[in-house]
Design a protein around this ligand. Structure first.
Ligand code: ATP
Ligand code: MG
Length: 414
């Protein structure tokens, strides 16, 4: 394993910022070298609202990751979310003039450039153009056309756009810390990378990342992404409902939710009482746990109904055979998978990051699906690029990693 394949990612969430440094140990095996987690500041619903506070919080997270990994982070892949995100699917088509030569990586770049030509408002920029599949001379669903022969190459793409000022604000916060942004990655796509099986993606699955300020959705069909969306509602809204419903301070409501919350109120004892800090002269109050759970259920039900409506707007729900995979901190609510099955009528499970080695204690948790997925996305991108630039005859894994040396994203101590 060369040291060239070392990467860093920053998940700038509404509640926490998580920087991860890692390297690819073997195929599908990620070794985590360091993690830095800091409480989030200056962010609301996945977007920057105070650059100075956000920069400070990002700095704290990066400093911690540098210390824990013994590296200096020069650049990183950064997650992007927020209500400003929009998506569309578009097709690109090119002719291959010389039918005696195989399709080259340059042809693929050309056809993807063709697919980028879409009319979007001037205040938006393209974040991703993801090839869903290629068509060579009418032959459908080709995952990689390089090396094949044909006269016409089509590509079906999923295009993600965001409002340029929101993207600039996010980028600025990271650059203020002296770290270059290698690429922005839509957060639900990163989470999907960390928690979904290929089989689920093939058979149709909805990835739902319930964070603090947003609920992110990525819908996969036939192995590739078909629809993405960011809903401006998350776990913080559940906590705020408890603040209002039980008249408790935010922190006490948050703790109560984590400790006693359940998405199915009928599954908790009808007489069980809980004591929590509350406003007013007494300073605390006793409530039925079921009351708390009813509040938690109502908002989670609403979130899941919004997810279902969003998915049904994009596709017929018959195609979601693998159902829904819930991740993000909100997936830690007891019974959330049962509630999701009730509300959506699809199979549901909670998604955890996997295939990790090294400093993983903190990361094997649904709240860190995005953080881990960002790193995996960065590695996959570099690997794909190295594959296309390497003469196939001489390609072996060490060759790929030698090329990945060019992609070194962190400085390791000698
Ligand atoms: N045990 C638990 N039960 C219920 N909710 C929980 C639990 N643990 C964490 N949460 C909730 O998860 C949310 C935070 O999730 P996460 O860390 O994924 O958010 P984030 O990435 O910071 O935010 P976002 O992705 O929306 O920008 C908070 O609202 C928190 O209350
Ligand atoms: Mg998040």
């Amino acid at each position: 394993m060369t040291r060239g394949g070392t990467f860093a990612s920053i998940d700038i969430g509404t509640t926490k910022i998580c920087t991860v440094v890692g390297e690819m140990a073997a195929e599908n095996d990620m070794r985590i070298l360091g993690v830095g987690i800091a409480p989030s500041e200056g962010l609301s619903r996945g977007m920057v609202e105070n650059i100075r506070d956000a920069t400070e919080a990002i700095k704290t997270s990066i400093d911690k990751a540098e210390k824990s990994s013994g590296t200096r982070i020069l650049s990183a892949h950064v997650g992007v979310a927020g209500q400003h995100i929009a998506c569309l699917n578009n097709r690109g088509i090119i002719a291959i003039p010389d039918r005696t030569r195989p399709i080259s990586p340059d042809d693929v770049t050309r056809v993807l450039d063709g697919a980028r030509v879409v009319s979007i408002p001037t205040n938006r920029e393209i974040i991703h153009v993801i090839p869903r599949y290629y068509v060579v001379d009418g032959q459908d669903h080709i995952s990689d056309p390089v090396g094949m022969y044909g006269t016409r190459l089509d590509v079906e793409t999923h295009i993600v756009t965001g409002v340029d000022s929101s993207i600039q604000n996010l980028t600025k916060c990271v650059e203020n810390v002296g770290v270059q942004v290698d690429g922005l990655i839509l957060e639900p796509l990163a989470s999907a990378e960390a928690v979904l099986d290929q089989e689920e993606k093939e058979q149709g699955v909805v990835l739902v990342d319930i964070g603090g300020g947003t609920t992110d959705i990525a819908l996969f069909l036939e192995g590739s992404v078909y629809h993405t969306a960011v809903l401006p509602v998350g776990g913080n809204h559940v906590t705020r409902d408890i603040v209002v419903g039980l008249r408790a301070p935010f922190q006490a409501a948050e703790e109560a939710k984590r400790k006693w919350g359940h998405a199915i109120p009928s599954m908790v004892d009808a007489r069980e009482e809980i004591t929590l800090e509350a406003f007013g002269s007494e300073g605390s109050k006793t409530e039925l746990r079921r009351r708390l759970c009813e509040i938690v259920q109502a908002r989670n039900e609403e979130i899941l109904e919004m997810v279902t409506a969003e998915v049904k707007r994009a596709v017929h729900d018959d195609v979601i055979s693998a159902g829904i995979v819930i991740t993000g901190g909100g997936a830690k609510l007891q019974g959330i998978d049962l509630l999701a099955e009730q509300v959506t009528g699809w199979p549901a499970r909670v998604g955890m990051p996997r295939n990790l080695h090294g400093l993983t204690d903190l990361l094997i948790d649904p709240a860190y699906a995005t953080s881990v997925g960002l790193l995996q996305w960065a590695v996959n991108e570099a690997e794909a690029s190295a594959w296309h630039r390497t003469p196939k005859a001489s390609l072996d894994l060490s060759g790929v990693w030698r090329r990945l040396g060019n992609w070194a994203r962190v400085l390791l101590p000698e």
